[in-house]
Design a protein around this ligand. Structure first.
Ligand SMILES: [Zn+2]
Ligand SMILES: [Zn+2]
Length: 578
């Protein structure tokens, strides 16, 4: 039964795939894909919004037709359109889309021209040399298909953090309600806030007498598709969505040791165990032992203390210097979500955002923000109605007016101006200088050489009004690799010019990368953790940006938007006085 946004998103993706194979209207296909992406990243569960009888057409990109389909899926578990598509196309054909290099267009051609419906048929067709003669395929593609199928040993699928969170949070709630269960926590890479998560490791504490009951309820959870193994205190299952979940039930006195053990990373744990050995201690998932006597393990802090270390936050546990820092009292005091006082990247319905200026301001206020920069796209992005000079100045007037009415939050006048391929900005100086700050971003020309891409961005940053480089690598998790760029040079230029880099908290971006955050910190360049909100819901994503910042060792002081607006103004105006 699809319950979570990601489940509904998966159904929409499959519909889009099948429609594309059928050669349906591209706009219709695009609508399903956009809705799928929006849903998979929507922080609030749609099922809850429906319970609050919210009108789903208020969600970005959702018209009455899609709203009805979401409702149908959430309530019945089925989508009649998908059921119908399954009767029109062979059931296994969507499997072909999972072969790297085969998009819907190619699958459609294979189906129509060679009647290929399954992976086996595809393999035979490739082996027999029947694919290379199809228009748009060729010998190289045929070889790639063969290799891809041969290498297709079911690679482990990883889930974006925001998607894993939907499943983890629902499961945690379910487990916490089981009688006898005291603590529930998801460990592993999820707890370390990795960008993607391969599986969930959930740890619960319960008395020995209650352990098996917890395991049995877990394996009966209504989203479980497959029970891989089940014992007295542990079980592994696969959920309907394909995510594997491992449960461990431990006694309270082992909680810290088990949590440390299952949080990882592997490299961190090996290093800690090695330290323990040198001190004549043994660490495992049950505790820290001297000979056979347990000397620690109830809390993680006790585990670290037993080997002479300060407590190391999960996001740092990658064996990348955190152990040495813990030994010498140099661990950072990592930034927290509550440290953020503003957000310097948001869109409204003037471009591709979904809400009005006022709605965005009030939503930001309700999330504890004291200021919010409105950063629409510029005219180059005509497909999202990017602003030209006239419309931007109009919006500035609206913001000035709104600021006289708003209490508790200030809107900043800004723009997400396109960095053109030659490094120029997409709007004239005469208008940029009238803004509170200028956010620059690359939205095209991702394939420039490293030298050209770096030069392009450096030139943009040398612009007198440039304030902040948005989503600095351009990557989209699992969809687009970062463009090739010399980030250290960009960071050093930012320091020289008094500019800043963004850590975009949009779950698909999480851009700047964690290692680059650390680089910026070492170079003394402040990072702005921004939502890039396109709707009032997106501010909730700031927590994922904070997670990434913590992985990058950032402290409150390393982050631009922890400043009050009074402290912020001179920082963002600095470049304007050049
Ligand atoms: Zn952008
Ligand atoms: Zn944006």
């Amino acid at each position: 039964m699809p319950k979570h946004n990601a489940d509904i998103a998966a159904i929409f993706e499959e519909i889009a795939d099948l429609l594309e194979i059928q050669g349906a209207n591209p706009f219709r296909i695009r609508a399903y894909r956009n809705a799928a992406r929006m849903l998979s990243e929507l922080p609030q569960e749609v099922s809850q919004l429906l319970q609050q009888s919210m009108d789903l057409t208020e969600l970005p990109g959702i018209g009455t037709d899609l709203a009805a389909k979401i409702k149908e899926i959430a309530e019945s578990g089925h989508c009649s359109l998908l059921d119908r598509l399954h009767t029109e196309l062979p059931p296994a054909i969507a499997e072909l889309l999972k072969i790297p290099g085969l998009g819907p267009k190619r699958v459609k051609a294979l189906y129509h021209d060679l009647d290929v419906q399954t992976v086996e048929q595809l393999y035979r067709a490739a082996r027999d040399g029947r694919i290379r003669v199809l228009p748009g395929f060729g010998e190289k593609t045929e070889n790639n298909i063969l290799q891809a199928i041969e290498a297709h040993a079911d690679p482990v699928r990883r889930f974006k953090l925001v998607v894993a969170a939907q499943y983890a949070e629902a499961l945690e709630k379910f487990l916490a309600a089981i009688p006898g269960v005291t603590h529930v926590i998801t460990a592993g890479s999820y707890r370390r806030m990795r960008e993607t998560v391969g599986d969930l490791d959930i740890l619960v504490t319960a008395a020995a007498a209650d352990a098996n009951q917890a395991v049995r309820q877990f394996t009966n959870y209504d989203e479980v598709a497959d029970v891989l193994s089940a014992g007295i205190t542990r079980a592994s299952v696969v959920l309907n969505c394909g995510l594997q979940v491992d449960l461990r039930v431990v006694k309270a006195e082992c909680y810290g040791a088990a949590l440390h053990y299952f949080t990882g990373s592997k490299a961190h744990n090996i290093a800690i165990r090695h330290m323990a050995q040198q001190q004549g201690l043994k660490i495992n998932e049950y505790g820290v032992f001297r000979d056979k006597t347990s000397i620690a393990g109830g809390t993680e802090a006790s585990v670290y203390a037993a080997v002479g270390l300060a407590y190391i936050p999960p996001e740092l546990r990658e064996n990348c210097g955190e152990i040495a820092a813990a030994k010498t009292g140099r661990l950072p005091t990592l930034i927290e979500r509550s440290d953020l006082r503003g957000d310097l990247h948001a869109h409204t319905q003037a471009t591709d955002g979904h809400n009005s200026l006022r709605e965005m301001a009030l939503a930001g206020l309700s999330q504890g923000l004291e200021y919010l920069a409105i950063t629409e796209h510029s005219r180059k992005l005509s497909f999202v109605h990017g602003l030209d000079t006239v419309r931007l100045l109009q919006q500035c007037d609206e913001i000035d007016q709104l600021n006289t009415e708003l209490k508790g939050i200030t809107l900043l006048k800004s723009i997400e101006v396109d960095i053109l391929e030659d490094g120029n900005l997409d709007l004239p100086d005469s208008v940029l200088e009238r803004l509170d700050m200028v956010v620059g971003a690359v939205h095209s020309g991702f394939n420039l050489s490293r030298a050209k891409q770096t030069e392009r961005i450096l030139r943009a940053m040398q612009h007198p009004h440039f304030t902040l480089l948005a989503h600095p690598t351009g990557r989209l998790i699992q969809r687009r690799e970062p463009y090739d760029v010399d980030m250290l040079r960009i960071i050093r230029e930012a320091r020289k010019r008094g500019c800043f880099l963004e850590l975009n908290a949009y779950p698909e971006r999480l851009d700047l990368l964690d290692t680059q955050c650390r680089m910026a910190k070492e170079e003394g360049v402040l990072i702005s953790i921004n939502s890039d909100a396109h709707s009032i819901y997106d501010f909730a994503n700031l927590r994922f940006g904070v997670g990434q910042a913590r992985r990058g060792w950032l402290e409150k002081n390393d982050v631009l938007n922890t400043r009050s607006i009074q402290e912020l103004r001179p920082l963002i105006q600095h470049t304007m006085s050049l």
